[in-house]
Ligand binder design. Structure first.
Ligand SMILES: *Cc1c(COP(=O)(O)O)cnc(C)c1O
Length: 387
């Protein structure tokens, strides 16, 4: 049979020679995954990571990224999700059902709070918020039906550093799981499983991507059974990722430790300068003594990255601090972070959290990779626009 050209372009005769070797991970795109024969198709299991069944469950490209991310945090298993928020929602859907109770730290990433409200309203799950500095006293809040405790270290706006080992110990004594949103540390500055955490979540959108151009999340565990619970939700809801995006993260990952160290170094210089300024009352940076939980950061963390907040002096109104943010030239206004560009966002924490008593204005800085003296000069000129 002599195939028609239309067939030939779909079933080419050419095969590339063996032996190609290069540094980048190949981008394996796939919806359909091909089986050798019907027998291997019938015996394939979606949960078996030694084989492939369908693009939603990954290709060699995504499996490579998963293995590298698990290694960073000293975990065993990793699943990729379409965003950091999708990774968070997989955890809550995997471990909570109607009638259960979840404890969510009062300083968690805002959309995680909103997910809690949504689950409470639609699924009759009891959702309670706790003071992130509660430590081992969380045991007093644990009920018969408590299944999960959400933590974030530090909280990504207000920066309190929780006592993760104490929370984990209290939780495990009552058979409760602890999930940590570990995005701030990128898994570099805090090793969650060595401190008792059961499930670590990363917004890869941040440092892992580093380019402000891709969205992705990761779920990392040490325990095979926990991973399987997460994987079941991941599969059931069809939360796969695109391999071009996976490639963007793979490409950025080798430089992440160096970028993280540079963000950390720059941010601490700027935070030091800010702490000497009359406009600023408190620097909420875990490496600085003003930050609640600073001693726990010293005990449990090895670095800090580029994200911190400040509390302005109470004499400045919201209008004035908004004027400050609007006057910045190098620091841009926008959500998310982790790229090379510095960012600045004012937060109305009083409206977000019942337990927040600070009345002065809070502004969050993300320090990128620009020259530090230029960034300080930018902040200085914007301070002058506040009066
Ligand atoms: C950005 C962020 C997320 C969500 O990540 P997306 O990919 O934007 O959904 C979750 N947690 C923290 C702490 C974050 O900073």
């Amino acid at each position: 049979m002599k195939p028609h050209p239309a067939t030939k372009i779909i079933h080419p005769e050419y095969t590339a020679p063996e032996g190609f070797s290069a540094i980048p991970t190949a981008i394996h795109h796939a919806s359909t995954v091909l089986f050798e024969n019907v027998g291997s198709m019938r015996s394939s299991a979606w949960s078996d990571k030694s084989t492939y069944t369908y693009g939603l469950q990954g290709t060699p490209t995504s499996r490579t990224l998963e293995a590298r991310l698990a290694a960073i945090e000293e975990g065993q298993h990793c699943l990729l999700a379409p965003s950091g928020l999708a990774a968070i929602s997989i955890v809550s859907l995997a471990f909570l059902k109607t009638g259960d109770d979840v404890l969510i730290a009062d300083n968690v990433y805002g959309p995680n709070r909103e997910l809690g409200h949504w689950m409470a309203k639609n699924y009759d799950i009891s959702v309670r918020h706790y003071n992130p500095l509660i430590g081992g006293n969380i045991s007093t809040l644990i009920q018969e039906n408590t299944r999960l405790i959400w933590t974030e270290a530090p909280g990504s706006v207000t920066m309190e550093v929780p006592d993760i080992p104490a929370i984990c110990q209290a939780a495990h004594a009552r058979g409760v799981l602890v999930a940590l949103d570990n995005t701030w540390s990128a898994g570099i500055a805090f090793k969650p499983f060595n401190h008792g955490v059961d499930i670590s979540v990363q917004a890869l959108t941040k440092y892992q991507c580093g380019g402000s151009d891709a969205l992705m999340g990761a779920l990392i565990t040490r325990d095979a059974e926990l991973n399987m619970r997460l994987e079941t939700v991941h599969k059931t809801l069809g939360l796969g990722v695109g391999m071009d995006d996976v490639y963007l993260i793979l490409r950025s990952l080798p430089s992440m430790p160096l970028r993280f160290a540079a963000h950390d170094h720059h941010a601490r210089q700027i935070a030091t300068w800010l702490s000497s300024r009359p406009e600023i009352d408190k620097v909420l940076h875990p490496a600085f003594p003003d930050c609640p939980g600073h001693d726990l950061w010293l005990r449990d963390f090895t670095g800090a990255g580029g994200l911190f907040s400040v509390i302005f002096n109470a004499r400045y109104s919201e209008k004035q601090t908004d004027q400050f943010v609007d006057s910045l030239l190098l620091f841009k206004i926008g959500y998310s972070w982790g790229g090379a560009h510095s960012l600045c966002v004012p937060y109305r924490v009083q409206k977000m959290r019942a337990g927040w008593t600070e009345e002065a204005q809070l502004v969050r800085f993300y320090v990128g990779l620009e020259d530090v003296a230029d960034l300080i000069a930018d902040i200085e000129q914007a301070f002058k626009k506040m009066d």
